[in-house]
Design a protein around this ligand. Structure first.
Ligand SMILES: Cc1cc2nc3c(=O)[nH]c(=O)nc-3n(C[C@H](O)[C@H](O)[C@H](O)COP(=O)(O)OP(=O)(O)OC[C@H]3O[C@@H](n4cnc5c(N)ncnc54)[C@H](O)[C@@H]3O)c2cc1C
Length: 408
């Protein structure tokens, strides 16, 4: 395994649970801010917001019920600090201001217990890393991997601590995956010309487990509920504002208080003031957004998982869920192999690649389609969007299907 992010950690853990022995090359010591590395100047060293003696992570994930079940099987879900988890029971999606169209997803209406759970990055990293340090069968190697060579029945990975021999290389080394390059796998994709501005904000009224999303001419703005007990007991929200580059620069310059004022106006005008005025809870970070897709998921004795395999727009909050779905499928394929095959056997890896083709394609099309659709400001397109949202909102069975799909 190569990569010390959440997907790499989950791969090491899932392999150990399946009785597979592995070497986990974790890269440089984690700072907790790898995906925002290019913007470290904007971010506190640990990418955390520290307010009034309590601290919140700047990076949070909407974890789907399917991913929650997977993490439960890895026996880490119950190790998360329950007081820091925020269930999402409702989601309110607002279309263009002119159309006034809105979409409501409720856990009750769609017959699910919850739509997702908001979890902080460092909480997930903590439970995965702790579990990986206790389980037998995982050799943890600090430092970077620097390529690998493929032999007939094994591979040799070059690491800063010397070579390591294995049956297969699993690359979980992120969007710019050097291992993917070493595998000779190309990518397709494009930059969205947008950056995700992220930050935490307090709200005057309880959010009641509701996530809000606005598709606006200034980009996609999402406010996700955070656990009150993780901070000073007051209700709080995590912002992901996917803004065109020029606006993102302006937002970063204006700072958190100015964004809180902008959001307060938006909430007052287009969320029935449900949240009340917002206040800034700390620094911001901005992450360039791109779509990238590996041409293949496997090469001789090697496989890609997580962002090394696919990077999608965060508007659906599904990138990590998709990456952990890769892990589950890959380890299932290895664990279910015939006795005469080893884990790097082509047939074993092909089963993994086939299993992931459809879910990855569907999620890429959905997120990319929505990102394009709402970036198009022609009036006719805006009208169609409004109509589409209204029709979809009335179709409860269809909504159930979508919630089930996104929930894994
Ligand atoms: C604004 C934003 C919001 C998001 N929200 C959500 C959400 O709500 N829900 C969700 O499911 N997803 C979300 N995502 C997506 C999610 O952040 C990513 O899909 C996920 O973090 C990818 O994890 P990873 O482990 O594959 O990659 P990374 O986190 O990039 O980890 C890769 C690791 O590999 C290491 N590495 C690199 N090169 C080497 C080497 N040569 N040797 C060893 N190690 C190496 C790196 O140091 C790093 O630790 C969001 C993304 C963004 C940008």
């Amino acid at each position: 395994m190569i990569g010390g992010g959440l997907v790499g950690a989950a791969t090491a853990l899932a392999a150990a649970h399946a009785g597979l022995v592995s070497t986990w090359v974790v890269g440089r010591p984690a700072t907790g801010s790898e995906p925002v590395a290019a913007l470290e100047a904007d971010v506190a060293p640990s990418a955390r917001t520290v307010v009034g003696g309590s601290d919140r992570d700047l990076r949070v994930y909407a974890i789907s019920p399917g991913t929650q079940r997977f993490l439960d099987r890895l026996r880490v879900w119950s190790r998360l600090d329950a007081s820091r988890l925020a269930p999402v029971f409702d989601m309110r999606v607002h279309g263009d201001a002119a159309s006034g169209a809105a979409l409501h997803f409720g856990a009750y209406e769609t017959a699910t217990e919850r739509l997702a759970t908001i979890v902080e990055h460092r909480e997930l990293a903590r439970v995965l890393e702790t579990a990986a340090s206790y389980l037998p069968g995982i050799e943890r190697v600090e430092g970077m991997a620097a390529g690998f060579t493929v032999e007939a029945d094994h591979v040799v990975v070059a690491t800063e601590r010397g070579p390591r021999r294995a049956r297969v290389v699993v690359a979980a080394d992120g969007a710019d995956s050097p291992t993917r390059d070493a595998m000779g796998i190309g990518t397709t994709g494009r930059a969205y010309g947008q950056r995700a501005v992220i930050g935490n904000f307090g709200c005057a009224r309880p959010h009641a487990g509701t996530a809000f999303q606005w598709f606006t001419s200034e980009g996609v703005i999402a406010l996700l509920p955070l656990a009150s007990s993780a901070g000073d007991g007051a209700p709080a929200l995590s912002l992901v504002w996917s803004a065109p580059d020029a606006l993102a620069d302006r937002l970063m310059q204006e700072g958190p208080e100015a964004i809180a004022a902008r959001l307060s106006l938006l909430v007052a005008a287009r969320a029935d003031s449900a949240l009340g005025p917002l206040t800034a809870l700390g620094p911001l970070a901005a992450i360039p957004l791109l779509m990238r897709s590996a041409d293949r998921l496997i090469a001789p004795r090697s496989a890609l998982v997580g962002d090394a395999a696919h990077v999608i727009h965060p508007l659906a909050g599904q990138g990590l869920n998709l990456g952990l779905g890769d892990v589950e499928a890959l380890i299932a394929s290895m664990a279910g192999r015939e006795a005469f095959r080893d884990c790097g056997d082509r047939a074993v890896l092909r089963r993994y690649e086939r299993a992931r083709a459809e879910p990855v394609r569907t999620m890429r099309r959905l997120t990319d389609g929505l990102a394009r659709l709402f970036a198009d400001d022609r009036p006719a397109v805006a009208q169609l969007r409004g109509l589409g949202l209204r029709l979809f909102d009335r179709a409860t069975p269809l909504k159930r299907i979508v919630v089930r799909q996104a929930g894994g």
